[in-house]
Design a protein around this ligand. Sequence first.
Ligand code: 8YV
Length: 320
Amino acid sequence: MTDDRGRVLQVGPLMPSLAETLRGTYGALVLPDGGDERAAFLAARGSEVVAAVTSGRAGVGTGLMTALPRLGAVINFGVGYDTTDVALARSRGVKVSHTPDVLTDCVADTALGLTLDLLRGLSAADRFVRAGRWPEAGTFPLMRRVSGARVGILGLGRIGRAIATRFAAMGCPISYHSRHEVPGTGHVYAPSPVELAAAVDVLVVATSGGAGTRGLVDRSVLKALGPRGYLINIARGTVVDEDALVEMLTAGELAGAGLDVFAAEPQVPDALLGMDNVVLLPHLASGTLETRAEMERLTLGNLASFLGGGDLLTPVPELR
Ligand code: 8YV
């Protein structure tokens, strides 16, 4: 046991082994879920906390950060940190870390898996077999080819590039839109999300979340993707206008969607649950034993580094 007792705060659920290390090694406090208990906790203990360990599910938003006057670092389990108020962190000199790179491959694998499942109808075909429909129907409807399909990637960061590599190996022409053209990729740059969507069969959303990308995939982008186009989202639900997406899927104005993320997780719009041209995942993209162990290691590495000398191993880009 170090003398960090009470200085570390767990915010929101974390994987059990990580929560256990925080408690056992650092004597971490756990922020109550909400209501009066949370307010009383913050009034009594908030001023002791120097490091908050959280994930994208909870984050340290404006209200919580304000209630932690000595906070020096937010240690985020996950690459996305859109639930933490980075602007307030910057203005207060609070450091923020995340877990880039270690999850890139698994998230990209999930984007590929969702695309294969959606275009070939794998989950729908599994339901078809389990429901005993094969003998009477004879065959499963013909689906769409993935190899060679035109793939558009919205957000060509680390994860976007790993997704591009996978589809390129399947002979898919790749185009992308990012805030800036990325030199030397060999992929075609589209000047806007609408132009990207209009040029592809599959649009993969791989941007970061947060205010800057909220609603980036709006109705006009989905219209440009059109009734033969598929949307894949492994980024954040907030990047897509979910109401427009549901409406257009219902009206047959999009071919289908593969979604690992939603606007108000864990809520999934009811209308999607009965659709066979939709694949729905419970935000599992980084969820493998290997990757989560690496994320845990990096999270604890950031915490130890901050408590030991004030620096973070992997600060978020805005605060480097
Ligand atoms: C979650 C993710 O953080 O890294 C991210 O941004 O979305 C995921 O890896 C993870 O599921 C923990 O909440």
